[in-house]
Design a protein around this ligand. Structure first.
Ligand SMILES: *Cc1c(COP(=O)(O)O)cnc(C)c1O
Length: 397
């Protein structure tokens, strides 16, 4: 059932398959396990398909001992191999700059390790936990906030003990929201994920489940009808996907997202603000509009964490604020994500907004709108005063 997209919107979603894999059969291409088996992971896999810069070649060699390289054939086809600055390429192909660390950068920028009561469970906020169920992803983002533990190549390992985590959650009745992340939980088989979700659903005080995943983007073939039917048993279950550039929203990805939405999974998107990827108003606008067409609500836009070797991808906070400011009032409110900084050291996510309140005391608030026009709104105390005065005047003629 293809919904008819209006106003030529359909033309903005294209398929890049089979691209660099012309000999693949259609059934192999659509098989998510084939996609995983045929990921681009070695220098020669890359060099067979594209010309690398010297900096990329050095980066690929460095990645072996830091954060592994892996790119699904589906996602690799989105790279413009003739453009060294391709926004897709910058996200997944290592560069020598990853070996350069500035003084502000850290292995664990969000202080997760110090908030782990049991291995793999990050409990930082009062009522919700981040459950790191695996250290593997379908492909590896070069700016990964968890690169210290993800992919198996870095200095640390993730030692999640599922039983210990279930036990902690059972005992902690204040936890009402569990967020599955990693790594990427969608790399588990349907059976394993079903087991995990049913164990969580068996805990009466857990009301809300969500999965943070980039699989619908890296590996849309994984979102099969059977998988969606399985998920449906665990509602309310929400999903946060991760799209940074409009080109990632291909025809296959749109269909995968629609399938999830049709099975009742509310979808949000978490982008990371990245230099040369999505740091212009034009790219961000096209991204958020395409997300809405796919029935995905832009949720967060993250300032890039202070992960080691990510300086070449970082954008200034001023630029981030400017991008958000340029969207506000000029597009659908649903299309505007909340810009956040995950506070270094473990303070949690802090919203960063353009300044709309120019002046505020107990009499009034002076605000500006998206056009820069200034307005005044009386504070509630001042409003009450006016009402009292009116009543007094009516009573004493
Ligand atoms: C991001 C995050 C959450 C979820 O935060 P929301 O603002 O509710 O989306 C929960 N725990 C940790 C440790 C997180 O980093």
């Amino acid at each position: 059932m293809e919904p008819n997209l209006v106003n030529g919107a359909a033309a903005r979603f294209v398929s890049h398959a089979p691209g660099h894999w012309p000999d693949v059969t259609e059934s192999d291409w659509k098989d998510w396990r084939w996609q995983l088996r045929n990921r681009v992971t070695r220098l020669e896999d890359l060099e067979n398909r594209m010309t690398l810069s010297a900096g990329e070649r050095a980066g690929v060699l460095l990645a072996k001992s830091k954060l592994a390289m892996a790119i699904t054939p589906h996602f690799f086809n989105l790279i413009n191999v003739n453009d060294f600055e391709c926004p897709i390429r910058r996200q997944v192909i290592p560069r020598f700059e990853e070996g350069q660390t500035s003084a502000a950068e850290m292995a664990d920028p969000c202080g997760e390790d110090s908030h782990m009561p049991v291995p793999g469970l990050v409990h930082r906020y009062p009522d919700r936990v981040l459950f790191l169920v695996t250290d593997r992803c379908a492909a590896y983002c070069r700016y990964c906030t968890r690169s210290r533990v993800v992919s198996g190549a870095g200095e640390q390992a993730l030692h999640t003990d599922l039983e210990q985590a279930f036990d902690y959650l059972q005992r902690h009745k204040e936890v009402r929201d569990v967020l599955l992340s990693g790594g990427d939980a969608l790399l588990f088989s349907d059976e394993k994920l079903e087991y995990l979700l049913s164990r969580l659903r068996a805990i009466p005080h857990i009301e809300f489940l969500r999965i943070g995943t980039r699989v619908p983007i890296f590996l849309p073939q994984r979102i099969t009808p059977q998988f969606c039917q399985m998920l449906q048993k665990f509602h309310p279950l929400w999903m946060s996907v991760h799209v940074n550039h409009p080109r990632e929203l291909t025809l296959e990805v749109r269909e995968a997202l629609e399938r999830l939405a049709n099975h009742g999974v509310p979808l949000g998107n978490q982008s990371v603000l990245l230099a040369g990827v999505n740091d212009t108003v034009e790219v961000m606008r096209e991204l958020v509009h395409k997300l809405l067409i796919c029935r995905v609500r832009p949720y967060y836009l993250y300032q890039c964490d202070l992960i080691r070797g990510s300086g070449h991808l970082r954008v200034s906070v001023s630029k981030g604020i400017q991008i958000i400011d340029s969207l506000r009032g000029k597009t659908t409110g649903y299309a505007i994500p909340q810009y956040v900084i995950d506070a270094p050291g473990g303070g949690g996510k802090v919203p960063i907004n353009p300044e709309y309140v120019l002046y505020h005391n107990n009499e009034k608030v002076v605000i500006r709108n998206y056009e820069g026009k200034v307005f005044e709104y009386p504070e509630v105390d001042a409003q009450a005063e006016v009402v009292l005065k009116t009543i007094a005047e009516n009573k004493s003629p």
